[in-house]
Design a protein around this ligand. Structure first.
Ligand code: HEC
Ligand code: HEC
Length: 290
């Protein structure tokens, strides 16, 4: 129950005027040091609001008179890194990949840059040794979808494959002969026999003959006569022991029924030209360069 506010004899402080069963509540003020820190914090926050980004607004935020932002800091540090890289990669900037390859010092530098960029950006799809996986080509061999010259590799890296965000990406769509009912299941079975015969598995002669006719009509445009493949359109060599999607007859049927249309990202917007060139030199040096 409220009573009178009065001075407490023992502590010298005033009471709050609240009393319960004869016990009165003291109104002890906050310690000075505490109050000063509290006021200092308020002053600090006002200075902060003025200097740094602070308050959310309907269309953004108050940016602060210093114009600082963590994004800006990030961009500046990326730029500094690029400059540092460029100074380390002296001699790679204006040299052609061929010139780099014929100069042991520059080759060593480019391979080192390419190898570390590969581990960072490419290994998750192509394997840490570039050995590839089903659907992700092996880059160590001399079998190329899009070509193994320096320039072909650079183009693949810059623009990717079926990477729709890049207008210059490499494009070619094998039709879905089965799923879109372009060919009947019997024709697909025959053409699979023919493709297997190109790989050395000889089956029924009549089926292979019919399959060859189907192939000439539907497949030669991209995979060329005898299934030798065509890097112009990224069509793999079919008469080959190396396969992108598997070497069994069922794998051929699966691809002809519903092709996979593998996607490789474009890198020109993410990696600088020297890194891309170094990657191409590195991939080219793995053994299968043309
Ligand atoms: C998201 C997975 C993925 C990543 C990451 C990736 N690739 Fe690829 N790459 C592919 C696929 C899939 C293909 C095959 C595309 C096709 O079917 O034509 C390919 C094709 C290639 C080819 C063409 C091979 C040939 O036979 O012509 C090269 C060269 C290549 N990649 C290099 C790289 C390098 C270097 C990097 C890193 C900068 C990289 N790739 C990152 C998926 C990837
Ligand atoms: C428009 C061009 C085009 C046509 C036509 C075409 N292909 Fe393809 N084919 C490709 C491309 C590109 C790939 C690469 C696979 C992918 O990523 O989809 C491929 C891949 C394949 C593969 C997988 C090869 C491997 O290494 O695993 C087989 C098998 C194949 N085609 C068979 C055929 C047959 C059989 C026909 C005809 C019925 C045919 N293709 C018609 C472009 C074509």
């Amino acid at each position: 129950m409220p009573t009178k506010i009065e001075k407490d004899e023992i502590s010298g402080q005033h009471t709050t005027g609240h009393e319960w069963d004869g016990i009165r509540e003291l109104n002890t003020p906050m310690p000075r040091w505490w109050l000063y820190i509290f006021y200092a914090c308020i002053a600090f926050s006002v200075v902060w609001w003025v200097l740094y980004p602070a308050w959310p607004l309907p269309g953004g935020f108050t940016s602060g008179v210093l114009g600082y932002s963590t994004r800006g800091e990030h961009i500046a540090s990326l730029a500094a890194q690029q400059t540092a890289r460029a100074s380390q990669a002296v001699g790679l900037g204006d040299a052609s990949p061929e010139e780099i390859e014929s100069d042991p010092a520059r080759l060593e530098l480019a391979v080192a840059i390419g190898k570390s960029a590969f581990a960072l950006n490419c290994a998750q799809c192509h394997g840490s040794g570039a050995q590839g996986f089903a659907g992700f080509p092996n880059l160590n061999d001399d079998v190329w979808l899009w070509g193994g010259t320096h320039q072909a590799i650079i183009t693949t890296l810059q623009h990717g494959v079926r990477w729709t965000a890049d207008p210059d990406t490499r494009i070619s769509q094998m039709p879905a002969f089965g799923a879109d009912a372009v060919l009947t299941p019997a024709q697909i079975s025959d053409v699979a026999d023919y493709v297997m015969s190109l790989r050395g598995t000889v089956g029924d002669a009549d089926a292979m003959a019919r399959g060859m006719a189907v192939f000439t009509e539907n497949c030669v445009a991209c995979h060329l006569e005898g299934g030798i493949g065509n890097t112009e359109v990224g069509a793999p060599r079919l008469a080959s022991a190396v396969h992108l999607y598997g070497g069994e007859r069922t794998d051929v049927i699966a691809q002809v029924t519903r092709p996979r249309h593998g996607v490789m990202p474009a890198w020109s917007s993410r990696l600088d030209p020297i890194t891309i060139k170094s990657l191409a030199v590195y991939v080219h040096s793995l053994g299968g360069g043309q």
